[in-house]
Write a protein that binds this ligand. Sequence first.
Ligand SMILES: Nc1ncnc2c1ncn2[C@@H]1O[C@H](COP(=O)(O)OP(=O)(O)O)[C@@H](O)[C@H]1O
Ligand SMILES: O=P(O)(O)OC[C@@H](O)[C@H]1O[C@@H](OP(=O)(O)O)[C@@H](O)[C@@H](O)[C@@H]1O
Length: 504
Amino acid sequence: MNSMDTGILDIVLQFNQKKILVLGDLIVDRFIHGESSRISPEAPVPVLDVQYENEQLGGAGNVAANLTALGATVYLCTVVGEDLFETQVKPLLAEHRIQANYLVRDDSRKTEIKTRLVAQQQTVVRFDVGDKNAISEASEGLLIDLLEEAYLTADAVLIADYEKGVITAHVIGALQQLHEKHPKFIAIDSKRLEAFKALQPTLVKPNYRQALELLKVNANAETNRVKQFMSIGNRLFNKTNAAIVALTLDADGALWLERNKEPLLMPAKSVTHACVCGAGDTYISTATLALIAGATKPQAARLATIAAGCVVEKEGTATCTRSEIIANANSEMKAIDAVSILSDLIDQLKTAGKRIVFTNGCFDILHCGHTYYLQQAKKLGDVLIVGINTDKSVRRLKGNSRPINTLKDRTEVLAAFSSVDYIISFGDGLAGDNPSELIKSLKPDIVVKGENYQQEDLPEAKVIQEIGAELILLPFTHGQSTSTIIRRIQGRSSTKNPAKMKAL
Ligand SMILES: Nc1ncnc2c1ncn2[C@@H]1O[C@H](COP(=O)(O)OP(=O)(O)O)[C@@H](O)[C@H]1O
Ligand SMILES: O=P(O)(O)OC[C@@H](O)[C@H]1O[C@@H](OP(=O)(O)O)[C@@H](O)[C@@H](O)[C@@H]1O
């Protein structure tokens, strides 16, 4: 754990207080998965033996789904056709906890549905059905009314424009008027960023192809894309009027550009088989939430990269939760301050078949007894969670001279142990100095204690039984304890330097 990581965690924890207005084209992504082992006799195309199908929200719908997965409240302003509303769109919105109050339903319109045939994880063909023409005047009027309603309560506006007809010149004009009266953070992902110049967006996210098109530069496979945009990237400011340009470069990560500042390159996670559909949606959703939660540019770029790295490892159009961001952040980020985040994370780890081990203690001055004990605890399962007593709690348990090290320092030392996966403090809640409440919330599979305890003496024994966890008592290393170490030091100091002993 270091100060940057603590900052990142604080930012992620604020995501659920944010309200985002998402404006754009809703798409339905349909994936038909199968195996292919031969070429059709009728034409030189693979024959797909279909195994399963699924549908996901795409376009602005995917942006909204990503934002809700990250904890935010979303007002999704869009126009959908009646054709797919009841059967496809409504259930998907409900699944992602997205309110349908800001949607305009238009029975003259066909919703965009993109069907992909996927053989052995490789998309073989995609076909699109749906209207791409501008929405009707009636729908436009209704959409602008809803936009005005949602705008004032939102913390930021995220435009997900796929040029499927929802964002007309009138819609942009209405947004501009609102923005002039009540300026807000505006983030834009669009193939035609120049059309939004008047909004003076805070953040735009072109991908490489879109950035080349904006600057009217031809693509060249030989070019080093990072070097190229380090040199010509500043021309994107005049084209977009944006304060920050997050240029995403798929497997090469992203280059963040800001006027008169050094560009920031954030490399992407290396993924063997990346499924990139929707990665840009996840990227801009996370970057927006991070920036409005007060993240610095490097922090926001890092969080967006972690989230995009998480979705490209999943099948189809996907989302990344706050817990996944924390779990995917580097291993230094072990200390988790919110029980709800850790319990979400544990649920996900359990679903992935992991066995969760929990133990707790003061971990004041660490010695080889701790090392052995934590290693043994970890071996009992897959993930070791350590509950650590707060400073006040240690004082109550061990006396006023303790702890020797503050909670922050004790946590930092504990986080350096490879056997320890996550650390959470406890001791100031209703259950006082024992971890009953924490165990009840986290529901580990195994609880480990030192064998100096008897099951019947443990205040948490009842909770352990209630949640159906197994209690395992591990032997302590003989003669090793923090108190013995302190006494040893005091003994030595008292003969050699009594003044120093007092200071201890
Ligand atoms: N092949 C990949 N491997 C790892 N990360 C990727 C890959 N493709 C995309 N990403 C991640 O997703 C982000 C956005 O991807 P990109 O393809 O540039 O945007 P878009 O989806 O808008 O075209 C990248 O900056 C990167 O973090
Ligand atoms: O522009 P077209 O291709 O017609 O439509 C958009 C699609 O390419 C896909 O673009 C993806 O976004 P990313 O661009 O990968 O973030 C997602 O929004 C998908 O849901 C969507 O189907």
